[in-house]
Design a protein around this ligand. Structure first.
Ligand code: UD1
Length: 366
């Protein structure tokens, strides 16, 4: 039995919105072939939105577009561009002059690499955002959803963490770019008629139930979920658990893991809020998690249960830069976005495992 450390089930959640269609509403999704981006494009298309993906494919595959089409029956428009090229960004806005909303995922996100190559991270993540904001102004596109991260909170003093918790100094250039981007958007909305939503993601895991899209780390993964599935399938000899001397019930670190499909749906909810003109401020910020904290060992045990695979893991030293524990207060997103994560941890593990198995089948993404 998994131990739920904190949960939001006592909250009164408004009825989730009924499915509706948004035919002819065009959304530019940057990074739309990436892990979270691809799942969001699926959810958007299933709601009837018209999607244009802009992606430079440095960390994703063109074939994902075909897979999105296979799931949804509709092929999104795809533009292979580098968003740090201002001229090319302008061209996208000129070509699709009916874009109404932007969801900006495209960013470099490897924490370790960002420490080694900080300028690459600052250049890419910040310039891409500035170019998008400048084109939004030029082409009078008003609504932006930005992928932020719970990394901005560092180790919070009080749990669960709310959106008003203090921002801590970033532990890596990657985390710093998220903070800087949040500030750029905050300052821009303050003096313009833009609306923006910052979604602070907790730890996305799992994959689409079709097992056609999922997380596809290029090179050795760092995040827990692909490390688990890769060691279960034999791609890596063992799983390392980073530290069991934390001040937590079983000594391993605690995170708020959220199914990527639930996370994707929060973006649709954010657009629905723009469309319904329900946003009360030009800049709104939401924690996107489940409200539940799970330790590394609880995740391992859930995975072993649903997969029937025994993981070969060993406890090693803490990983530098890791925080001890964090989980979200999601009540603001539940109330204002009328969104709530639905999947439990077992379902997250099962879908991640199906995806890893699908990756081992012939004709996988290359
Ligand atoms: C990391 C990033 C965060 C980013 C997030 C999503 C850091 C410090 N933070 O978060 O900025 O937004 O990924 O991409 O890297 N673990 C193991 N063994 C492993 C891998 C992980 O025990 O092989 C543990 C970690 O120590 C941690 C937990 O699993 O306690 C989750 O780790 P991970 O998936 O890397 O996410 P975060 O570190 O929370």
């Amino acid at each position: 039995m998994l131990h739920v450390l904190s949960h939001t089930s006592h909250l009164t959640i408004p009825h989730l919105k009924k499915s509706s269609t948004f035919a002819n509403m065009k959304v530019l999704v940057t990074g739309g072939t990436g892990y979270i981006g691809s799942h969001t494009v699926v959810e958007l298309q299933q709601k009837g939105f018209e999607v244009v993906i802009a992606d430079n494919l440095v960390n994703s595959y063109r074939e994902t577009v075909d897979r999105i089409a296979k799931i949804t029956g509709k092929c999104p428009a795809f533009e292979h561009i580098d968003l740090t090229d201002k001229h090319l960004v302008d061209q996208i806005f000129a070509k699709y002059s009916d874009i109404q909303h932007i969801i900006h995922f495209a960013a470099l996100k490897a924490v370790g690499e960002s420490v080694q190559q900080p300028l690459k991270y600052y250049h890419n993540n910040i310039n891409a955002l500035i170019n998008i904001l400048e084109s939004m102004r030029k082409y009078a596109v008003k609504n932006l959803v930005f992928s932020s991260s719970c990394t901005v909170y560092g180790q919070p003093d009080v749990l669960p963490v709310t959106e008003t918790s203090p921002i801590q100094p970033a532990l890596s250039p990657y985390g710093h770019t998220k903070q800087i981007c949040e500030e750029i958007i905050t300052n821009t909305t303050a003096i313009s008629n833009f609306n923006a939503v910052l979604l602070r993601y907790f730890n996305p895991v799992g994959a689409h139930p079709s097992a056609l899209i999922g997380e596809f780390p290029i090179g050795a993964p760092n995040n827990l979920m692909p490390c688990i599935t890769q060691s279960a399938i034999g791609k890596r000899p063992e799983l390392k658990v980073f530290g069991n001397d934390y001040n937590t019930p079983d000594g391993t670190a605690i995170r708020d893991y959220i199914h990527v499909v639930d996370l994707a749906q929060s973006h649709v909810a954010a657009l629905e809020r723009f469309i319904g003109e329900q946003n009360t401020k030009k800049l709104e910020i939401y924690n996107i998690g489940t409200g539940n904290g799970f330790s590394v060992l609880e995740i391992i045990h859930s995975f072993e249960k649903v997969s029937g695979k025994k993981l070969n893991y060993q406890i090693v030293e803490r990983r530098a830069g890791d925080i001890e524990k964090i989980w979200a207060d999601t009540s603001l997103a539940n109330r204002e976005l009328q969104w709530k994560a639905q999947s439990g941890i077992d379902e997250m593990m099962a879908s991640a495992w199906r995806w890893e198995q699908a990756l081992s089948a012939p004709n996988v993404l290359r």
